[in-house]
Every structure is written in C-alpha cells, then in structure tokens.
Ligand binder design. Structure first.
Ligand code: GDP
Length: 204
C-alpha cells in the first residue's frame, strides 16, 4: 500500500504557493464534516495525517501530501490534495469569493490534476456544493469518484439502496466519468476499492 508513505508536504493559500505543475495529483473535496479527513486517514492508514488540514484558521488552503521517502529531495511529484471543506457558514463572503476563484482556477488550469474524489455523508448525498465540484471535474473531462462515507451508519440494505440511487443520479447528471462506492473510515469498508481508484489515477 503506497499510501502509507503519504506525508504532509505544504499548504497553498494562493496559486503562487502551489507546487510545480508537472506531476500527478488527486484532489479530495467534501462538505465540512462529511468525513473527508477520516477518509484520507483510512486510505493512508495514518491516524493524524489530515489533522493539519483541520487546524483552526487554516482550513482555507490546499493541503498537499506526497509519497516520497522521508527527506527525499525533490519531494516527488505525486500528490493527494485536500481541498478546503466547503459549506462553512462562518466564512465571510469576500473570503468565500477568494476561495471560489482559487478553486475554480485550480480546476480549470491545473495540468497535474488526474481526478477528483468527492466525499459525501451517505445519509446526505449530492448536495449543491457536491454537484458544483463534480461539475468542475467533468467540464475538464477529468474522472471523479464519489465516496459515500459513514456507510457503517446504515444497514447493508439501506446503504446498497442509496448507492444504487446515487449511481443512477450521477450517470444522469454527469455521464459515465463519475464512479461511486460506499465507504467507511470507521469500519474501513471500501478502503481497498478507493485505493485502487487512486492508484490507477496516480500511476502509483
Ligand atoms: P471532515 O470535516 O469532512 O474532514 O470530517 P471528519 O473526517 O473530521 O469527520 C466528521 C465527523 O464524522 C467526526 O466526528 C468523525 O468521527 C465522523 N466520521 C467520519 N467518518 C466516519 C465514518 O466512516 N463512520 C462514522 N460512524 N463516523 C465517521
């Protein structure tokens, strides 16, 4: 599992702070509290990897994790990118506009971007923001993959029904470039499936 080597590399507050655009990266998006940090931690088998993304006051940034051996220089060119959790009511409007613009330009221009993962609470899937993020990827012809997380909170039958309904809705709205699976950072259900998708996109 190459993801166990993931480690924090840097945080970008604006486009100038992004690492050189020459490698492979996969971005993670999700509404605040959807379970994005837990998903990253489960995939990378590290309890505190994504904690840095959650440091109060530091949520408005793109956080890059890479897979190079410790101390390697250069650090490598394959990244997981933790996008700021969206849906924070408390963020002032001008900051939101700044972020909207940064994220939009990142999606529109970033050559290294190979795919988007959108983490959704299986009990509240496909909210407006989720659809907006998926739209950014689909418009660039990038594949997207949805993790319906906290699947442990539903019965097997209910989780399967939601998966089926979301799969149909994604196919209707976005065509066949968006895939979906159930997931749980708690029970680790679906972790291998998610790693397989990321590994393919990142050529890891
Ligand atoms: P983020 O804001 O999207 O990064 O969400 P977090 O990963 O911090 O999770 C938000 C809350 O949901 C926390 O209380 C987690 O413990 C809980 N949580 C996250 N993933 C799961 C899961 O798969 N199952 C269950 N039962 N709880 C989860």
């Amino acid at each position: 599992n190459p993801f166990v080597r993931a480690r924090y590399l840097l945080s970008a507050h604006n486009p100038r702070q992004l690492p050189a655009d020459g490698g492979f990266e996969v971005a993670f998006a999700g509404r605040s509290n959807a379970g994005k940090s837990s998903a990253l931690n489960a995939i990378c088998q590290q309890n505190a990897l994504a904690r840095v993304s959650k440091t109060p006051g530091r949520t408005q940034q793109l956080v890059f994790f890479d897979f190079a051996p410790t101390g390697a220089n250069p650090p490598g060119d394959k990244y997981l990118v933790d996008l700021p959790g969206y849906g924070y009511a408390k963020v002032p409007q001008d900051l939101q506009a700044h972020w909207q613009a940064f994220i939009e330009s990142y999606f529109a221009t970033r050559q290294a971007l190979r795919g988007l993962v959108v983490v959704m609470d299986i009990r509240h899937p496909l909210k407006d923001y989720d659809r907006q993020m998926l739209g950014y990827a689909v418009r660039r012809d990038l594949p997207a993959h949805v993790l319906l997380t906290k699947a442990d909170k539903l019965s097997r039958g209910a989780a399967a029904n939601t998966l089926q309904a979301v799969r149909m809705e994604l196919s209707r709205a976005f065509g066949d470039t968006v895939s979906v699976q159930t997931f749980s950072g708690e029970s680790k259900q679906g972790v291998d499936e998610a790693r397989a998708v990321l590994g393919r996109w990142l050529e890891l």
